[in-house]
Structures are given as structure tokens and as C-alpha cells.
Write a protein that binds this ligand. Sequence first.
Ligand SMILES: CC(C)(COP(=O)(O)OP(=O)(O)OC[C@H]1O[C@@H](n2cnc3c(N)ncnc32)[C@H](O)[C@@H]1OP(=O)(O)O)[C@@H](O)C(=O)NCCC(=O)NCCS
Length: 172
Amino acid sequence: MIRAARRDEMERLRGIELAAGEIFRSCGMDAIADDEPLTVTELALYQARGGALVFADASDIPVAYLLIEYLDGSAHVEQLSVHPSHARRGLGSELLDVAEKRAQAEGFEWLTLTTFRDVPWNGPYYRRLGFEELDPEMLDDGLRGILDCEGLAGLSRWPRIAMRRRVRSIPG
Ligand SMILES: CC(C)(COP(=O)(O)OP(=O)(O)OC[C@H]1O[C@@H](n2cnc3c(N)ncnc32)[C@H](O)[C@@H]1OP(=O)(O)O)[C@@H](O)C(=O)NCCC(=O)NCCS
């Protein structure tokens, strides 16, 4: 079930991100696996604004989460992580669809994100889900700022791109 994250679940979300990040070691991106997840306080800011969604298992424990924030030009997915114990069951795609419904309700035309262009479960995954790569000249200030910050944090050691998907009319 997808629902809003609760305030006391922030440590759990950090655990999901750490576990999900381990897969980056398989392609020599240990620095990404070692990257500290967002702090409890940073996560709580998303949660307080209603921007933290979780997929909870049958015991109501979060096993995946998505963070969304609203930029000037788009609803932006800041983070998507699925615990490896629940990977490849469509949870990531379902969370993106719910984020898109939120974006629709807020009147946004685009759902955006930044990701690693060549990592199979990043760029190619999102492309399969209907996202398109944005050329640098198509970036608005918000997305350019995010990519710049990610570069300063060392992420651009591997090609990093912004992508977008048009917000569709999703029933329900
Ligand atoms: C990317 C991620 C969110 C996908 O979540 P998910 O719930 O497993 O994905 P879905 O079930 O919706 O889709 C599965 C598809 O993702 C891709 N995928 C997932 N894991 C993969 C892997 N280890 N290798 C290659 N492709 C993979 C495949 O296209 C897969 O389809 P398939 O199972 O038919 O081959 C999840 O793998 C994850 O948390 N990864 C680590 C963190 C991360 O990279 N987050 C995104 C940052 S932008």
C-alpha cells in the first residue's frame, strides 16, 4: 500500500536507501553506495510538506519510498529507493505513478528527476517508464541548479542527466 510517510519512519527510510544503494558496488560505483543518505531532519522536511511517500508491506512497514518536491517548472522526484528484498516487483513504478497523480493535482505538466545516464536501473529504467532525457539547453534554473549541486557533491564522475515524463491523466 502506498501512503504518506510518518514522522517516526525517517530512520527506516535511511535504512532503505543504504540497502538499495548497495547495488551500485556491482558496477564499481562504491562512492555512491557509501554516500550518506539524507539525514532524519532533511527527510522530515519532505515528510512535513507531504512530499514523502512510502510503499508499506503487509505489516505496514515501509519497504520503498519516494521524495517529491515542487520546483518552478515541474514536480521533481528527489529520491526513489526500493529495499532489495522487494526489488523488481513494480514498487518503483507504482510510486512514480502516485507521484504523478500528486503532480497532476498540483497542476504540473511534467514529472522530472535526475539520474545516472548509463546505470541500467537508472537512465534506461526511467526511459522504459516513459521518461525522456533533457538536453542541457532545455533545463530550467531549478533542474540546472540540482545538477550543479550534484556535481559539487561528486556525482558527476559518472554521466548524470535530467529526465522528464509528461503528467498524464491517471484515473483514481
Ligand atoms: C531503481 C529502483 C528504484 C527500481 O525499483 P523497482 O521497484 O525494483 O523497479 P520496478 O519493479 O518498477 O522495475 C523493475 C525494472 O527496473 C530495472 N531494474 C531494477 N533492478 C535492476 C538491476 N539490478 N539491474 C538492471 N535493471 C534493474 C529493470 O528494468 C527492471 O525490470 P525487469 O525486472 O523486468 O528486468 C530500485 O532498483 C532502486 O532502489 N535502486 C537503487 C537506488 C536507485 O538507483 N534509485 C534511483 C535513483 S535515480
